[in-house]
Design a protein around this ligand. Structure first.
Ligand code: SF4
Ligand code: SF4
Length: 167
């Protein structure tokens, strides 16, 4: 836009300035902002942790299960974790409200826990991750998926083998 056209537009419509923080500012639909994590659908593969170039993601085995932490002040918003996550359990939101004071830096984290559970089949303790079912053929029914979720990795594998043999 040349100067005269810009001048004329600003005279009629006013300059393009957002009244933020006194009113909400529009955010582009594909804006890459704050990370969100869904422990319900996570398979616990830890791929997101390995591909994060900033080391912003840490998954840690604890007595209660596996914790997930994503430090918003380390994240460089590259989208690598979302791209590689097989279940889309981690994704970037359009939320850019991440300004904080130094004393708040330890609060700038997306924290979640994948808890332990007792396997419904063998009674052993295992992580209550979502089962990896994408490569299972024919596809699992919702009831089968729910059943698998309640099992430990060994019993899950046994269930899949038995299902394959019966097909
Ligand atoms: S969020 Fe995705 S990539 Fe990360 S551990 Fe869970 S399933 Fe794997
Ligand atoms: S967006 Fe990039 S830097 Fe941020 S947590 Fe994901 S992989 Fe790491």
């Amino acid at each position: 836009m040349n100067f005269l056209a810009l001048f004329a537009r600003n005279l009629t419509k006013g300059p393009y300035t957002e009244p933020f923080p006194f009113a909400p500012a529009p955010t582009a639909k594909r804006f890459r902002g704050k990370i969100e994590f869904d422990a319900e659908t996570c398979e616990g593969c830890r791929l997101c942790e390995r591909v994060c170039p900033a080391g912003a993601i840490r998954m840690t085995r604890t007595a209660e299960g596996m914790t997930f932490d994503c430090w918003h002040d380390s994240c460089v918003f590259c989208g690598n974790c979302e791209f590689h996550c097989p279940t889309k359990s981690i994704h970037q939101t359009a939320d850019w409200h991440l300004a904080h004071t130094q004393d708040q830096k330890f609060l700038m984290v997306e924290h979640a826990l994948i808890p332990n559970q007792i396997c419904a089949e063998c009674g052993k303790e295992a992580l209550a991750t979502a089962p990896a079912t994408r490569t299972v053929t024919p596809p699992l029914s919702p009831t089968e998926t729910q059943h698998l979720k309640a099992l430990c990795p060994k019993c899950r594998a046994k269930f899949i083998r038995a299902r394959k043999a019966a097909a």
